[in-house]
Design a protein around this ligand. Structure first.
Ligand code: DOR
Length: 458
């Protein structure tokens, strides 16, 4: 089908960070007919078609659009929490141009019909949406889903996320197939027997609040099991939302031994600790107010200690961790307006991901180009499956870009979220790093005029 004519865009004078091409410097980027046409030191406007839109990007970083390989879009089945449309709108506000939908929907994404349904619902939304298929039928952990059928239908990974693949024999089989099919299995590592009824990290905060704890070993025991299975099978193991220092160390060592494993961390595990559960926005000395705790901090895996945060950050810096993934988990209001035990696990994260992850850059622990790599080329490499075309600014590839101000400070206001999920402990918190423009397939799908005007003035 012929594409309608799109207004060409010239991004002028931004700091282009394109990790896939090893590029970091001030360049102009020309977009024509939805694709990157040129990236050059200076592209004069006089030779261009008269209707070109010029975006003055002084003071901004221009990078490939971010790719989120772990988002919960809740459709089908939980449209009162989020829809593919609202999730995609939240994504582009956060600079994400491709998002991958986890299969804990109802029905679960365990057959081609559900994958088709998602593709149809996603056809008109502003971000690219890819589906992740279940490892087991109905995510019940008893019988493998038809992985080949799911791949033919277009899934980019397999996961029972929200739940682990508990049966080691099934996980072995799934990894064996993943090797032959070339599509990773992303496991949510959680040994239930080690954290019965646990709602937050086991430690001094859980003791003070009288809440059942989740020890780090509940994650680490399954990380160890899965690494051994990856070694045995040669399968494509991806470890979802790692949160503990022990897990990061195991992945680093596994990679050194040549075991095929990749891993992600979530923005919240790069910034927040279990002390945030006390309701004082991380300050253990500030009382929570009318409530003993902040249920918005309840997430799986749980927020842990400063040591764990530092290890996740260090893993991101040295490549033990391949990518940042949001685990965007929108929930309706009442699911957090209850006791900590009753509250749902999850943080609405797409719109705060950049500002949250950037704390690791502003602290000096992770360089800006590395952070961009972990949001673009890193996740594309983890999944493969043709995503790399969206993860670089190579001429001829689709023009998916994020323009952001790494230093812009802003205060999170959930009432302004595009996501239906307003469940974040970051409401009212000042973050540094904000998206100015998001472009998908050469179309501006989000812009923040205040940041653009600043760019014009620069
Ligand atoms: O906190 C979480 N929420 N962790 C998960 O693994 C699943 C997610 C959800 O679906 O709400």
């Amino acid at each position: 089908m012929a594409r309608p004519h799109q207004q060409p865009i010239l991004i002028n004078g931004g700091r282009v960070i394109d990790p896939a091409n090893g590029r970091d410097g001030v360049f102009d980027v020309l977009i024509v007919d939805g694709a990157i046409k040129a990236v050059e030191r200076s592209i004069p406007t006089d030779g261009l078609d008269g209707d070109v839109r010029v975006i003055q990007a002084g003071g901004l970083v221009a990078s490939p659009g971010f790719i989120d390989i772990h988002a919960h879009l809740r459709e089908p089945g939980y449209e009162y929490k989020e829809t593919i449309a609202t999730g995609a709108e939240a994504a582009v506000r956060g600079g994400f141009t491709t998002i991958c939908a986890m299969p804990n929907t109802d029905p679960a994404i365990d057959n081609a019909a559900v994958v088709d349904y998602i593709a149809n619902r996603a056809a008109t939304v502003p971000a690219r949406v890819r589906a992740i298929g279940c490892v087991t039928k109905g995510r019940k952990g008893r019988e493998l889903a038809d992985m080949e059928e799911l791949i033919t239908a277009g899934v980019v990974a397999f996961s029972d996320d929200g739940d682990p693949v508990y049966d080691a024999g099934l996980m072995r089989l799934a990894l064996t197939y993943s090797r032959d099919l070339g599509v990773p299995v992303s496991n949510h590592c959680e040994d239930h027997e080690l954290c019965p009824g646990g709602v937050m990290a086991e430690g001094w905060v859980s003791s003070r609040l009288g809440l059942a704890g989740i020890p780090a070993v509940a994650e680490e025991a399954m990380v160890a099991r899965d690494i051994s299975l990856a070694q045995l099978t040669g399968g494509r193991l991806h470890l979802a939302h790692l949160s503990s220092a022990g897990s990061v160390a195991m992945v680093r060592q596994a990679k050194e031994r040549g075991i095929p494993v990749t891993a992600e961390v979530c923005p919240h595990h790069l910034m927040l600790t279990d002390a945030w559960a006390l309701g004082g926005k991380g300050d253990p000395n500030v009382a929570a107010g009318p409530f003993a705790y902040d249920t918005h901090t309840k997430v799986y895996p749980p927020l842990r200690t400063d040591t764990d945060v530092a290890a996740c950050v260090a893993g991101l810096a040295d490549g033990a961790i391949d990518c940042v993934a949001t685990d965007h988990a929108p929930h309706e209001r009442v699911s957090k307006e209850c006791t900590y035990h009753e509250a749902a696990f999850g943080i609405s994260a797409l719109e705060t991901a950049l500002g949250t992850a950037m704390t690791a850059v502003h602290s000096g622990a992770v360089s800006l180009p590395t952070m961009v790599a972990r949001l673009t080329a890193g996740p594309a490499r983890v999944l493969g499956n043709g995503l790399s075309q969206f993860a670089s600014l190579t001429p001829g590839t689709p023009a998916d870009l994020a323009l952001f101000d790494p230093d812009a400070t802003w205060t999170v206001d959930v009432s302004k979220f595009a996501s239906m999920g307003r469940n974040t402990p970051l409401n009212g918190v000042e973050l540094r790093g904000r998206v100015a423009v998001t472009i998908v397939g050469g179309r501006v799908v989000f812009e923040e005029p205040a940041l653009l005007n600043k760019g014009d003035a620069a």
